[in-house]
Write a protein of this length. Structure first.
Lengths: 236, 236
DNA sequence: TTAGAATGTAACAGAACTGTCATATCAAAG
DNA sequence: CTTTGATATGACAGTTCTGTTACATTCTAA
């Protein structure tokens, strides 16, 4: 996770005043906040964007929070979820945690407490995801990359300078060698903001990498595009 | 953490009946439970033994729970701590979380809820300590599937990329190995809550899987169709 | 046995996504 | 204030994926 990039939070809450209060306060805490006011709206953004945490009201229009949570978990998304609920019956709370929620607060809640819990959930989850750093120097099938010097030697043996973003993206892909990295993840980590859907920016960087490192740019061996998902780097 | 060894929990609570109730119930859940009835006693065992979780009453004789928590954290011990308190003032809860507690319950609490939270804290912490233990990889009778890389190796030994939907459906079926997954379930999970494709779509995906993974597509061994219900994946 | 329903199969078309390039924007350096 | 290199955007073409349709085949129940 890039230090400069903010953690992202989705607030799914139908009552406007509370929604805006949460948004404002979370932003003051330094989070990037997206909001949704109905169940379907929440599901839609979750599908399209990456979040570090979801604050989810149990009672939402159209599709309720518990169902939302269940759906999200069924789609193998293990983003932390913090439930909000007006009800305070034990049964309800148990229900929330069982469905895969990570924490639970009942309204009315203390704002400071919410912020603390949010922070706790986010840092905890990040710890898990923090990938092991790659050394400053990396080599694969005849190509060399020196992250410290911001330069590389490509297939043709030519030395090539790497720009900041090029280096960051390259590092990200190499850290996940053999795995697909989604566009959302890339934007989140390298760029530090949420999705701008019609951007061809990432493609252009990949294009460059292929020029530097691929013998045949049309049939990439190292920089694969996985349609609908993202890109994958393979060492050999 | 060794699978065969139980997770260990320290219950620091001065009221005897509650302490014993907790001990009993946690042991029934399969935890190894140690108890302490005063602040100093709790600090002492924490110093000498390893725990996966501490259940800590805020009001303890001699040294209160918040101070205990602070002391433990100062010793760079990040064992999860679940606070118990009779008070329900927001300030108090905030205090607990600030001092480094991981969760908070107010008495009287629902026992099942406590057990769920205990379980959540313990598993969460383990995840951090065993990074990536569960590989996103599956193998059955000569075929290999790598969900992280979005690719598979089929019966013929050929590598094959998996598209988004293919991967999602495959994962679903494999997770339910040996069970029938209904068409409705498939639609709900793979396609989402309201974008149902109409007719022969699922069949076509199954068709592909059979091409990839079955020696004889006419007599499938792995991807069975259960008439009137759905599909079933069998490993061998 | 046979009608009716569910599934298998393949071809096709529209949608969605990516590759590529030309151009715009921006910030830092000169 | 200009230059320059890096990055972002938009257009468009090319590609792949996915859902649909049509028809064949298999199964089930009457």
């Amino acid at each position: 996770m890039n230090k400069s990039s903010k953690a992202t939070v989705l607030v799914a809450e139908d009552e406007e005043s509370l929604r805006e209060t949460l948004k404002l306060n979370l932003e003051l805490e330094g989070y990037e906040v997206t909001t949704a006011d109905t169940g379907p709206a929440a599901l839609k953004v979750v599908k399209n964007e990456y979040f570090d945490l979801i604050v989810l009201d149990i009672m939402l229009p159209e599709i309720d929070g518990l169902t939302i949570c269940e759906t999200i978990r069924m789609q193998h998304n293990d983003v932390p979820i913090l439930f909000l609920s007006a009800r305070n019956s034990g049964a309800d709370r148990v229900e929330g945690l069982k469905k895969g929620g990570d924490d639970y607060l009942t309204k009315p809640f203390n704002l400071e407490e919410l912020l603390l819990r949010v922070n706790k959930l986010i840092t905890k989850n990040k710890k898990i995801k923090e990938p092991q750093a790659v050394a400053d120097f990396y080599e694969f099938s005849g190509c060399k990359i020196d992250f410290a010097a911001h330069e590389c030697v490509g297939k043709n043996g030519l030395k090539q300078e790497l720009s900041k973003k090029e280096a960051a993206l390259l590092k990200l892909l190499i850290e996940h060698e053999g795995e697909v990295v989604s566009r959302e993840q890339i934007l989140q980590i390298v760029w530090g903001y949420n999705v701008y859907p019609t951007t061809r920016t990432i493609d252009n960087f990949i294009l460059n990498f292929r020029k530097y490192f691929e013998a045949d740019t049309r049939n990439p061996v190292h920089f694969h595009s996985i349609r609908g998902i993202g890109y994958k780097f393979t060492a050999n």
